[in-house]
Design a protein around this ligand. Structure first.
Ligand SMILES: NC(=O)c1ccc[n+]([C@@H]2O[C@H](COP(=O)([O-])OP(=O)(O)OC[C@H]3O[C@@H](n4cnc5c(N)ncnc54)[C@H](OP(=O)(O)O)[C@@H]3O)[C@@H](O)[C@H]2O)c1
Ligand SMILES: *[C@@H]1O[C@H](CO)[C@@H](O)[C@H](O)[C@H]1NC(C)=O
Length: 385
């Protein structure tokens, strides 16, 4: 027999794309597991870019059949509002801008009573206002979305001001416990001197393939056909996504910096950028123009017994993102394929760093990281009848 429920966690989810839908499916399929742990997750609301579907606040939340239908509708490309006919007296749909107001009202009501976890699985800067309001109402916040943590330093400080109420493990390395490891080391008083990481599966794959003497343009196209890249590979090659992760880590280490302070090396010049040519032209004629210079850098590194990696390096007061030569026999040097690798150096991990490695992307692993973050907040929630 399942033990009594100790913690009920009401959740409002912002964003039901690849990650958000996986999260809802995990929540539904993990019900028996969570029940065994005395935990119940109650999905109170789900929002996409235009609407919010919200349950009556005194009910048990949106039922699993509705959540399953919701995922199917969103997968098929329909907006949340297409579920209107399925919606009974137990829940309502609000469209923007009322949807945002309703999220904040919900946070305000539940923040004072049962508590609420506001989960951000969107990919926009637009949620930062709602998240800050939720924090003000005493709610918890869980993020897969990096953008709210990479706006102004003031916003970051505000969001993390109550560190026990926020989790953002999936923003760096998806399901890998990078943030948790950094936080544990810091709270033990062990000063972290340096973090070096390969935090893009795409760029990790590309750089390791170059070692075999393959041409950059060929490797990028192969990565695209394997589904490793964004539709426009320049979104990966610009390094901006890595820079956001680096900023989150640097801020965790106490650096009061912003995106503008990070030196980001793009792997293509402005002349080959999105303002200058289409994705198609870049793939057909732009990319090959980069082959020679990258080949030279790979060779130069190899002559010194090193390999070339696209990494973020956070050290002292600085944070850099770009190509670096690293020893062949380091964790980063040995990296093959699309894994993420992070090396953490501190007093306790001085010459031999703490290394975290594994798949650093994917809807499933990312959603699993978000779910673990939610469950990790259980002690702040008590069953109220
Ligand atoms: N996939 C991964 O491997 C991975 C790994 C680590 C972190 N992440 C992060 O996880 C987040 C989600 O990724 P994804 O791949 O699921 O993105 P996605 O498929 O683009 O989904 C984004 C969702 O957010 C919704 N949305 C947009 N604006 C919104 C708003 N103002 N309020 C509420 N919802 C809004 C979108 O609504 P519509 O459906 O109406 O467009 C969509 O449902 C991103 O921030 C991403 O960087 C992803
Ligand atoms: C994640 O989900 C999106 C939306 O359903 C899909 O387009 C994408 O291929 C998925 N990514 C992976 C790695 O499965």
């Amino acid at each position: 027999m399942a033990p009594p429920v100790r913690s009920v966690l009401p959740v409002v989810l912002l964003g039901c794309g690849g990650v958000g839908r996986h999260l809802l499916r995990h929540i539904v399929s993990c019900r028996p597991l969570h029940a065994n742990q005395g935990v119940a997750i109650r999905v109170v609301g789900v929002a996409d870019s235009s609407s919010l579907l919200v349950a009556d606040l005194h009910s048990n939340g949106l039922d699993d059949a509705l959540l399953t239908d919701l995922c199917a509708a969103k997968s098929a490309g329909s907006p949340l509002s297409s579920l209107l006919s399925r919606v009974s007296g137990q829940c309502q749909i609000f469209n923007n801008p009322e949807a945002r107001t309703k999220v904040i009202d919900t946070a305000s009501v539940l923040g004072k009573t049962t508590g609420l976890v506001l989960v951000d699985c969107s990919a926009t800067y637009d949620t930062v206002g709602m998240l800050k309001d939720a924090v003000d109402c005493g709610c918890c916040v869980v993020l897969a979305n990096k953008k709210p943590l990479t706006c102004t330093y003031e916003d970051f400080e505000k969001l993390v001001s109550n560190f026990r109420r926020i989790r953002f493990e999936s923003t760096v390395g998806a399901g890998l416990p990078v943030i948790a490891s950094v936080s544990r080391i810091l709270s033990s008083g062990d000063p972290i001197s340096r973090i070096v990481g390969s935090l893009s599966g795409t760029l990790g794959y590309v750089m390791s393939e170059l070692e075999d003497g393959k041409r950059f343009s060929e490797v990028v196209k192969a990565a695209k056909s394997l589904g490793y890249t964004e539709p426009d590979p320049r979104d990966d090659l610009s390094g901006m996504d890595v820079a956001r992760k680096a900023l989150i880590l640097a801020r965790l280490l106490g650096q009061q910096i912003s995106m503008e302070d990070i030196n980001v090396e793009s792997l293509y010049p402005r002349e080959l950028g999105p303002d200058a040519m289409s994705t198609k032209d870049f793939l057909e004629s732009g990319l090959v123009q980069l082959d020679k210079s990258i080949e030279e850098r790979v060779k130069a590194a190899s002559l010194k017994g090193n390999v070339l990696r696209y990494v973020c390096k956070i050290e002292g007061k600085g944070c850099q993102v770009g190509l670096q030569e690293l020893p062949k026999n380091s964790a980063l040097g040995r990296l093959r394929g699309s894994d993420n690798v992070v090396e953490i150096y501190s007093r306790c991990y001085e010459s031999a760093p703490l290394v975290i490695q594994g798949a650093g992307a994917g809807n499933d692993t990312t959603a699993a990281g978000v779910l673990a973050d939610i469950v990790d907040l259980q002690d702040l929630f008590h069953k109220t009848d």
